[in-house]
Write a protein that binds this ligand. Structure first.
Ligand code: B12
Ligand code: SF4
Ligand code: SF4
Length: 269
């Protein structure tokens, strides 16, 4: 494919994602992504075992990169404060949260279109690393969606941290979207860090960092994953059985803490 066609394809993918309901989308180069801070540190963290989904095994810190993957398409859907239900986790339902289901549908439509109309190999990625997923915040930064804030989340200019992410791999080397020159945290009094019920941002946490990386969780290493996880476990235990107004079944719904994102002033209308 010539350069003009590849640039046109990049544009079409972003337009398609937006048309399908994404609030932002971008493209990251897979080789560069492999060298991003999270992907370099992750194998030394011991990995992650879901606290909500018992069917997913722990990943042991291994991220899988299929050989065909040249570019990662990263898509964001807005999770505004006045639609908290987008973030609620329905136990046993495919996709877990309504917002994640929206993301899965967007990604499925884009990859189906890339395969059918453009003859590409394109595959939506699972959420969990154990199932073939990637670390989505780094992917989003490298796809030009925003920056990592002092709350350790992706912060976007238009929606702040109140977005959720998914990605797909494609076998074509597309031009990466330019990273944003954007940093709202410099002059901020950091409500995201003081509001945390577990005081997860109160001190610098020691993490395995054999490569001596400077880009650490919450930028300076001041985010405790285990304290945050304690809160998630409380939230899971407090899950209540509720009906979904769009469906007739009743399921246990976990409403996980998001105070470090809802307190961020960026992108509030
Ligand atoms: C495991 C996990 C958790 C675990 C552990 C979190 C952790 N950070 O370790 C728990 C359960 C505690 C958790 C909590 C939450 N999570 Co979570 N989680 C994930 C998951 C599955 C993987 C994250 C991970 O392990 N990262 C690896 C660790 C090593 O990296 P890290 O802590 O993020 O730190 C790195 C970055 O900060 C990066 N970095 C720092 N500076 C810079 C600069 C640049 C330029 C770059 C490129 C990178 C970079 O380097 C650090 C490593 O050195 C992702 C989904 C996915 N597939 O990516 C969602 C995800 C990160 N979670 C998400 C959310 C929303 C939450 C919660 C708000 C809970 C909720 N209601 O959903 C809280 C927020 C906690 C917080 N402030 O970070 C969203 C984030 C969206 C966003 N806007 O950023 C994601 C992307 C899922 C989604 N649905 O979109 N999560
Ligand atoms: S509240 Fe302030 S410091 Fe925290 S993420 Fe938002 S802009 Fe950055
Ligand atoms: S999600 Fe809640 S518990 Fe976790 S760091 Fe943010 S404010 Fe703290």
């Amino acid at each position: 494919m010539g350069i003009a066609k590849i640039e046109e394809l990049h544009k079409q993918i972003i337009e398609k994602a937006r048309y399908l309901g994404a609030c932002a989308a971008g493209i990251a180069d897979v080789e560069a992504l492999k060298q991003s801070p999270s992907h370099l540190i992750y194998p030394h963290t011991g990995g992650y075992k879901s606290f909500l989904n018992d069917d997913v095994p722990g990943d042991g810190g291994e991220v899988l990169w299929p050989q065909y993957a040249q570019s990662a398409i990263v898509v964001a859907v807005e999770h505004p404060e006045d639609k908290p239900e987008l973030d609620w986790w329905y136990a046993g339902r495919k996709g877990g949260t309504p917002g994640n289901q929206m993301l899965m549908n967007i990604i499925a439509s884009i990859t189906e279109w890339l395969r059918r109309e453009k003859g590409c190999t394109a595959q939506g990625l699972p959420y969990y690393i154990a199932q073939g997923g990637i670390l989505l915040k780094d992917a989003a930064v490298m796809a030009g969606l925003g920056c990592i804030g002092k709350n350790n989340m992706l912060v976007t200019p238009d929606y702040g941290p109140r977005v959720r992410l998914r990605a797909a791999f494609v076998n074509i080397k597309l031009p990466a979207t330019k990273p944003l020159d954007f940093d709202p945290c410099c002059d901020c009094h950091m409500p995201c860090r003081t509001v945390c019920p577990q005081k997860a941002f109160q001190k610098k946490v020691s993490i395995a960092n054999p490569l001596n990386l400077k880009m650490l969780p919450a930028r300076n290493g001041g985010y405790s994953r285990s304290l945050c996880m304690d809160q998630m476990i409380i939230d899971r235990e407090n899950a209540v059985v509720e009906a979904d107004e769009n469906r007739d079944d009743r399921l246990r719904v976990a409403k996980c803490c998001r105070l470090c994102e809802t307190s961020c002033p960026v992108g509030k209308k």
